[in-house]
Write a new protein. Structure first.
Ligand SMILES: Cc1cc2nc3c(=O)[nH]c(=O)nc-3n(C[C@H](O)[C@H](O)[C@H](O)COP(=O)(O)OP(=O)(O)OC[C@H]3O[C@@H](n4cnc5c(N)ncnc54)[C@H](O)[C@@H]3O)c2cc1C
Length: 396
């Protein structure tokens, strides 16, 4: 039972408490970094996590006995939206929201004792080793091999697009331990310390000039069998459980609303000397259209929260929200680029160095546009979401 079951939560007061805390306790340089679309990695996430932990707000989505807050879904949603509105960094989501719920549900007592407290305290950074060359949307085709030798697994193969692998202490990885009748069978989840001999991280520089993602190579990497989560060969089910915990991430429209406001401000500034031009009118028409769609996503997200609270099935709403919110981010990036682009394009340098364009006024719009290309790929690509919707609407 949580607080909402007593019907006693004052959500407005709760939202105000979260906002006041965020504005007074989240360090200005972190909020500045988020507001100016800088890279947010290990340092930013763990610094903020330590502060939230000290307040007792470290793990809103965990059960109380492991350090959770006991908040209901609505409070958790208000918490996430309010922190995003205040430009706070995201919490270390791969640790806190991805692997931790899996460990709580399927891990051994020793794994919970060892891994959960450092995650809660903001002392451990994790990465997700799922995708491989040839196994992205079709994840079940993954080939990284783990062979059981005594009380260890010996891992060989490659992961790719691994966000934050270069800054992580641990990886939770899906590996193949057997060939089953279905390709979803024979997949096992291992917890792999990133400093294990034979593990090599190689950076991938993306089109935005940043280093966030990596290739990770395994050459006879020895992992204790005690680091296996759940049963051997059964990890497909754990992976699906993990995704269900993230199903409503896109329902948080605060980042979209923030970007909308920035886009609006920027158009006013760029066209200060030519406020009546048809180009400006067209940009404003596109902004209004995007705003209407964001309101629709917000309404869908709120209804989904009510459905969860009332324990009604969610259906495909998370696919609709993911599809719409990632498209909307890109739409706003495009509007920003169309407004600043002509002035900036000739000056922008992709130099594999975050600082190459520092100081160039408005350069974040070019950067954001390039950075945002990946939004419709990761977390389930738009085409894959459309397949989910089409199957529901029209059948297989
Ligand atoms: C910035 C970024 C960060 C990432 N971080 C991580 C991470 O931390 N850990 C991790 O494990 N992975 C990560 N990924 C990988 C991500 O999950 C995959 O890129 C994604 O699943 C798509 O897989 P793919 O790149 O192999 O493309 P593919 O699956 O090969 O898809 C290529 C194209 O074909 C389309 N397509 C594929 N299947 C179908 C279909 N059945 N019907 C119609 N169209 C289809 C896709 O939509 C896409 O347009 C990250 C990716 C990016 C870009």
């Amino acid at each position: 039972m949580d607080a909402s079951d007593h019907g006693m939560v004052d959500y407005a007061a709760f939202g105000k408490e979260v906002r006041d805390f965020a504005l007074t306790h989240c360090p200005a340089e972190l909020r500045q970094a988020v507001a100016s679309l800088k890279k947010v990695g290990r340092h930013e996430m763990l610094t903020w996590q330590k502060i939230l932990y000290a307040k007792g707000w470290g793990a809103p989505n965990w059960p109380v006995e492991h350090g959770g807050t006991g908040w209901d879904m609505r409070q958790r949603h208000i918490f996430d939206e309010t922190l995003a509105e205040c430009d706070c960094p995201t919490q270390p989501y791969q640790a806190l929201r991805h692997i931790a719920p899996v460990l709580i549900e399927f891990g051994t007592e020793e794994q919970k004792r060892r891994y959960l407290p450092p995650i809660l305290r903001g002392e451990a950074h994790w990465c997700q080793g799922y995708s491989e060359p040839g196994a992205g949307s079709d994840l079940a085709s993954l080939k990284t091999q783990a062979e059981r030798v005594g009380d260890e697994y010996v891992v060989n193969g490659q992961k790719t697009w691994t966000t934050g692998a270069h800054e992580a202490d641990m990886m939770y990885a899906l590996v193949r331990t057997a060939k089953g009748a279905r390709k979803q069978d024979g997949i096992t989840m291992l917890l792999i310390p990133m400093d294990t001999p034979g593990l090599l991280v190689r950076p991938i520089r993306t089109i935005d000039g940043l280093h966030n993602v990596n290739e990770v190579f395994f050459d006879d990497v020895r992992v204790p069998a005690a680091n296996r989560v759940g049963e051997e060969g059964r990890a497909w089910a754990y992976g699906k459980f993990l995704l269900s915990h993230e199903r409503l991430g896109g329902a948080n429209v605060a980042p979209l609303l923030r970007l909308l406001a920035r886009t609006r401000r920027m158009v006013v500034e760029e066209f200060r000397d030519a406020p009546e031009t048809s180009q400006r009118a067209e940009l404003e028409r596109r902004i209004l259209h995007a705003e209407a769609e964001i309101m629709a996503v917000r309404a869908l997200g709120r209804r989904a929260i009510e459905d969860i609270v009332a324990r009604r099935p969610l259906g495909t709403v998370s696919s609709v929200i993911k599809l719409a919110s990632s498209n909307l981010m890109q739409t706003l990036d495009e509007i920003g680029l169309d407004a600043t682009g002509r002035r900036l394009a000739a000056r922008f340098r992709i130099a594999g160095d975050d600082r190459a364009n520092a100081g160039e006024a408005g350069v974040e719009w070019l950067h954001n546009f390039l950075h945002g290309r990946a939004r419709t790929i990761y977390g389930g690509s738009s085409e894959v979401q459309k397949n989910v919707l089409a199957r529901t609407l029209f059948g297989d």
